[in-house]
Write a protein that binds this ligand. Structure first.
Ligand SMILES: [Mn+2]
Length: 333
């Protein structure tokens, strides 16, 4: 689906209400994209009612942005009155928590805007999509809509997209040329880089620091070929714990845990590991692992996750086996 077609649809007078969905525990890319897209929708179609839903709430940093922007998040969107549903940065249906089934039963168009490796189930749910796996963030894809429609982006929307991009590119370390072109445009619309980045440079809160420390303390270290794979358990902050394990020296980190009977597993690797092995954590590990734990998994080359149910120890072992199998195959690159 092309951006012009989506815009033509949105301009129809009959469209009165649109509900935007972020992924579970919306990070800055998902939430910034939702806000940035929602504000554009209001420009395209003045009077449009736009609601933002964040399954499982906002991440710590997104909460700060939401407060600054004074955005209202709703748990009870007018779904039955919606003319369209938009999923932003949503890779797997399971990332919508219980909303997936409710959305599936709707008869309105569902638009997916995303930059993850396409997941078949999400593709099935969406009636049309604007996907670009080469985009460093979903916020950049949302900015393309701004650019193509020619509306002048205001400071608040520019800030939301800027922070989404900064977050997903790890402060521009994963940026590409389009990222920097977009950033230049956003700076021209009033973004002060230093000030904006300071907004999200806040110390971690105690529970997250404790989860990271516990994960590092409990980590089992595996040497596979010449790589260091660290596997650990925490019942929360699995992604954060993975990042901590990489910082202290792991090439790959796999962290899982159960909370409210839901098993969540996060996976991260270094760029060096991905370049030399070609192992795509989303496609090669998280997707099959998600199926194995009776849920779903997916993600990027170096950052992925799987949610489902089951015993964390056995499930982490499965994740490790998938990595081991893939690394022992002859390398295709
Ligand atoms: Mn993203």
């Amino acid at each position: 689906m092309q951006i012009e077609e989506v815009v033509a649809f949105l301009k129809e007078k009959s469209i009165r209400s649109v509900v935007l969905f972020c992924h579970h525990n919306a990070d800055l890319d998902s939430f910034g994209s939702a806000f940035g897209f929602g504000e554009l929708l209001k420009r395209i179609n003045p009077g449009l009612q736009v609601s933002i839903v964040t399954p499982g709430g906002l991440s710590r940093l997104s909460k700060r942005l939401a407060e600054k922007l004074r955005v209202e998040i709703t748990d009870s969107p007018p779904l039955s009155a919606a003319d369209m549903v938009v999923l932003l940065d949503v890779n797997t249906v399971i990332q919508l928590d219980d909303w997936g089934d409710r959305i599936r039963s709707l008869e309105v168009p569902i638009l997916l805007i995303d930059h993850h490796a396409p997941h078949p189930e999400t593709q099935k749910l969406a009636s049309f999509s604007v996907l670009d796996e080469t985009a460093a963030s979903t916020a950049e894809i949302v900015y393309r809509f701004w650019r193509e429609t020619g509306f002048d982006i205001a400071y608040q929307e520019a800030l939301a997209l800027f922070l989404g991009i900064a977050y997903d590119t790890r402060h521009f370390a994963l940026a590409n040329s389009e990222t920097f072109q977009t950033i230049l445009d956003l700076i021209d619309h009033g973004i002060e880089v230093k000030e904006a980045l300071q907004m999200i440079a806040v110390p971690l809160e105690l529970p997250e620091r404790l989860a990271r420390l516990k994960a590092v303390g409990r980590a089992k270290i595996h040497r596979i070929c010449s790589w260091v794979v660290a596997v650990s358990e925490t019942s929360a902050f699995q992604a954060s714990a993975c990042r901590a394990l990489l910082k202290v020296g792991a090439d790959v980190a796999v962290v899982g845990g159960v909370k409210d009977e839901k098993l969540r597993i996060s996976l991260r690797s270094t760029g060096d590991f991905f370049r030399k092995t070609g192992l795509h954590l989303g496609r090669d590990v998280a997707v099959p692992l998600g199926i194995a734990i009776d849920g779903a998994g997916g993600g990027h080359e170096m950052a992925a996750g799987a949610n489902g149910r089951g015993d964390p120890v056995a499930s982490l072992e499965m994740g490790l086996d998938l990595i081991r199998e893939r690394l022992s195959l002859p390398q295709d690159r």
